[in-house]
Write a protein that binds this ligand. Structure first.
Ligand code: F6R
Ligand code: ZN
Length: 194
């Protein structure tokens, strides 16, 4: 994102609870299966989806709020329903670069899980439904999984200065993956770590 406007005045945007879209947004990013290819354990299923048109898995609208001595960002992610093989659609997931930077996630619509893991391997999964608000402490990687049949959208609030470190999650994933078994979301050990 370039040319972020600086303003010391209060600023508002308007959020639509039915669509998960707010305006104005200063930036919109799309993440397609090609951007997430290495994240899913079933590489044959990834290849099939790439050949089938490279669908969008999620999109994020951002609005940075920068003053002369502070920086915050609002990010709203819309994670579309579906699976890659039997693994549910999910965000890439990341650590914050800075070790002192937490985040708030607020689930507005849809259902799923927020996966969290430290570098030491402490793993948690928070069950998500509309209205669930989770505080992500510093040094916990975070990823959202949509296990429902509808779009899942959530609001994120964080400091821009937190930075994003995607490398560790890209290499190893999380301790567990969420897959559909017997028609139900099920946690299994990550095959990429075995
Ligand atoms: C910011 C944050 C969210 C995510 C967004 C997409 O720190 O956690 O705004 O950036 O949900 O997920 P990733 O960044 O993992 O692709
Ligand atoms: Zn984050």
């Amino acid at each position: 994102m370039q040319n972020i406007p600086v303003s010391d005045l209060p600023t508002s945007v308007q959020f639509d609870f039915t669509t998960g879209i707010f305006a104005p947004a200063l930036d919109l990013s799309e993440r397609r299966i090609s951007d997430l290819a290495e994240m899913y354990y079933d590489q044959a299923a990834v290849q099939k989806m790439l050949q089938g048109g490279n669908p969008v898995i999620y999109e994020i609208r951002y609005h940075p709020f920068v003053t002369s001595n502070s920086d915050m960002s609002l990010g709203v992610t819309r994670l579309f329903p579906g699976k890659v093989g039997d693994e549910y659609h999910m965000t890439k997931g990341h650590f914050h670069e800075r070790l002192d930077q937490p985040e708030i996630y607020f689930c507005i619509h849809g259902e799923g899980y927020l996966l969290l893991e430290t570098r030491e391997g402490d793993f948690r999964a928070e069950r998500w439904q509309p209205g669930t608000i989770t505080h992500i402490p510093p040094q916990w990687a975070h990823r959202v999984v949509n296990t429902g049949s509808d779009v899942l959208f959530f609001v994120a609030s964080y400091h821009i200065a937190a930075g994003h470190d995607y490398a560790a999650v890209a290499q190893r994933g999380f301790a567990q993956v969420v897959v559909e078994r017997d028609g139900k979301p099920t946690f299994v050990p990550n095959p990429r770590r075995q």
